[in-house]
Design a protein around this ligand. Structure first.
Ligand code: HEC
Ligand code: HEC
Length: 395
């Protein structure tokens, strides 16, 4: 059986037979194999750099919260732990994960301006930012933070904010449903993420909180060894191995796990702005090895529909985004971190420069735990990409 295991082949019949064996030695060995195949294989699949925390954690409200605030805290603790809400990314300990999910512990974004915090959670965030002295940058793999405006009502939003402001040693005033309702109304026209700088221009970080946050600097771990190994391998071989050994169900779980970041751009929750193509709908044909490259080196081949350009105007101003419209009157750029499309008249354009960098971050595979997770994820992507496509390449 271990020989089968080494070749990633399972003989369930043989396992059942040995489990029922009267020979104690054989039954014990079989139980170990069973554990390996079923428990370790299945539940261990979500183990990115940090281990998954799927247990529901009981948080006790601090004594300073009374009455309605206490109730809100308890509701907030439950919302925080809902699937794909906060905990999947920021974790039960609140300290976030690796170079992609910032910490909520001691963060000025959490403890400071209530309006800035409410705006962040209603509409999501995407752009470079520094939290507790650590830089988070989409160019280095940071995915967008989910917009919760369609997922949580005012009372629920207030509850989860009250929770994060009063857990893990955080201590800041509770947030009320009325104040969330006001912010929601003020920002009702918004349909995309905030660029953090845009929010900071309106609500600068509080200097005393920034000074105090330095003591909460996170410990960062990433799997650069796996990335190195994959980049040094022949993509044709990587694809062949994934097709043979990867597990589609586990791969799908990884794709939709906040810890891999994939769904946040390719199939986001709650109808949020989609930054990357919906993989099943793709109609172009790519060889397996090209799909591998689009994950390992996204900038090598950029889907023209998602390519960024920089427009330089005759006045020397620059705008970056995806070309939504391009005709002889104007160019319209859309940018996921900007609420309004940017319209630039043709007569004002000096030059349009194609960006050599994909919106899809490089080095996401650093977030995977091991080669098996890569095989699973790749197999899922290979089988999903174009699966709804109608046109097939004929030659
Ligand atoms: C899909 C993963 C994801 C989920 C789910 C998520 N966040 Fe975030 N969050 C992020 C990322 C990524 C950033 C940094 C975004 C950037 O750099 O632009 C962030 C930033 C933040 C920040 C500002 C920085 C900091 O660490 O203080 C706050 C506050 C925050 N999130 C709170 C929440 C709350 C509350 C929830 C649940 C209601 C939540 N997040 C759900 C990924 C997530
Ligand atoms: C920050 C947003 C973002 C994240 C996160 C992201 N992608 Fe992408 N992805 C894109 C964009 C934008 C494109 C299209 C541009 C391009 O081709 O480079 C793309 C393209 C792709 C393609 C090529 C599509 C084609 O034409 O075949 C694949 C495959 C892919 N992504 C897989 C993944 C996987 C797997 C993950 C998770 C490990 C992931 N992506 C995470 C934004 C993202």
């Amino acid at each position: 059986m271990w020989l089968h295991q080494q070749h990633d082949v399972r003989n369930e019949e043989l396992l059942a037979e040995l489990l029922a064996s009267k020979v104690p030695h054989a039954a014990v060995a079989a139980a170990t194999v069973k554990h390996f195949w079923h428990d370790v294989d299945q539940t261990g699949a979500g183990g990115f750099v940090a281990e998954p925390e799927q247990e529901f954690v009981k948080f006790d409200p601090p004594a300073r919260l009374a009455g309605a605030d206490r109730k809100a805290y308890e509701m907030g603790a439950e919302i925080y732990q809902r699937e794909a809400h906060c905990m999947t990314c920021h974790q039960a300990h609140g300290k976030g994960m690796g170079i992609i999910y910032p910490s909520l512990v001691g963060s000025p974004w959490v403890l400071g301006s209530e309006e800035r915090l409410t705006k962040s959670v209603l509409h999501g965030l995407w752009g470079p930012m520094t939290v507790n002295g650590q830089a988070y940058d989409p160019a280095r793999g940071v995915p967008p933070m989910t917009a919760f405006r369609a997922l949580l009502n005012d009372e629920e939003t207030a509850a989860v904010l009250t929770f994060v402001r009063n857990t893990w040693g955080n201590n800041a005033a509770a947030v009320t449903a009325e104040s969330v309702a006001n912010v929601r109304q003020e920002t009702a026209s918004r349909s995309t993420f905030w660029n953090p700088d845009e929010l900071l221009a309106a609500h600068p970080l509080e200097p005393d909180l920034v000074a105090a946050s330095a003591s909460h600097a996170p410990e960062i771990k990433t799997n650069t060894a796996l990335e190195k190994e994959l980049l040094a391998s022949d993509p044709v071989v990587l694809a062949r191995v994934a097709r043979a050994r990867g597990n589609v169900a586990r791969g799908k779980k990884l794709f939709y796990d906040a810890r891999s970041t994939c769904y946040t751009c390719h199939d986001p929750l709650g109808g949020a702005a989609r930054i990357g193509p919906h993989l099943p709908d793709l109609k172009t044909t790519l060889a397996d090895a090209e799909v591998v490259e689009s994950i390992l080196q996204p900038s090598k081949r950029i889907d023209p529909e998602y390519a960024q350009v920089t427009v330089v105007t005759t006045e020397g101003r620059q705008f970056t985004g995806i070309k939504a419209t391009d005709n002889n009157r104007e160019v319209v750029l859309s940018n996921p971190a900007q609420s309004e499309p940017i319209r630039i008249a043709r007569t004002e354009i000096e030059e349009i420069i194609d960006s050599p960098v994909s919106l899809m971050p490089a080095n996401l595979v650093q977030l995977l735990k091991d080669r098996r997770e890569f095989n699973d994820l790749l197999r899922y992507v290979l089988e999903t990409r174009g699966s709804m496509g109608v046109t097939q390449q004929t030659d």
